[in-house]
Design a protein around this ligand. Structure first.
Ligand SMILES: [Zn+2]
Length: 198
């Protein structure tokens, strides 16, 4: 059972109602993004070279988008926005300073950023939920997707934030089991979509 992907513009309008001031800014041409890119390349010794071209980043109420945003399909944009919405909720929950500390200080020591990994995990669980809702549970169970997301946590993309594939694999499989149950019982344990929060 799947449901149609909402239009990204409608989803963004809902996000603006939920988080007034929410905006989308291209990283290219943005000074702050350029600075972060330089720092990340240095910290990861060049391991993270794709900050400007592939990664979406939420800071405050702003989603900074890479070059790849423009070429994404409408449904991929919505799936991505659902992930980023979780970071906006986390920021509201932890406050900006708390979130920044939990997220950024967690880069040190690089390779053992448990706090950051748990925040990202919460958001990736929503990514899987969105994929299951719009494309079906088998799409969320895709093994290539599993390998790709585990690599995000264990590799240079996020500075080796939690370099234990077996542990991330367990989170992943538990989330998929929860999702399957959620879909069969119709009950969610995680934040509701933006629309129903109003
Ligand atoms: Zn994220």
């Amino acid at each position: 059972m799947t449901r149609p992907c909402p239009d990204p513009d409608d989803f963004i309008a809902d996000l603006r109602r939920e988080f007034p001031g929410f905006r989308i800014v291209p990283k290219r041409g943005d000074h702050l993004s350029r600075l972060i890119d330089v720092v990340l390349r240095a910290l990861t010794l060049g391991g993270q070279r794709h900050y400007m071209t592939r990664y979406h980043t939420v800071i405050g109420n702003t989603l900074y988008v890479p070059d790849s945003w423009a070429g994404m399909s409408a449904c991929d944009k919505v799936i991505l926005l659902r992930h980023e919405r979780i970071h906006l909720i986390q920021r509201r929950r932890l406050t900006f300073v708390g979130m920044a500390a939990w997220y950024l200080l967690a880069w040190f020591p690089i390779g053992l950023a448990y706090g950051r990994a748990r925040l990202e995990w919460e958001a990736y669980t929503e990514t899987l939920r969105a994929i299951a809702e719009y494309r079906g549970l088998p799409a969320a169970r895709d093994l290539q997707l599993r390998a790709q997301i585990i690599r995000r946590f264990t590799g240079p993309d996020y500075a080796w934030m939690w370099p234990f594939p077996a542990s991330v694999g367990r989170w992943y499989d538990a989330a998929l089991a929860d999702l399957a149950q959620e879909i069969t019982t119709g009950r969610s344990r995680l934040p509701a979509p933006a629309r129903s929060n109003q």
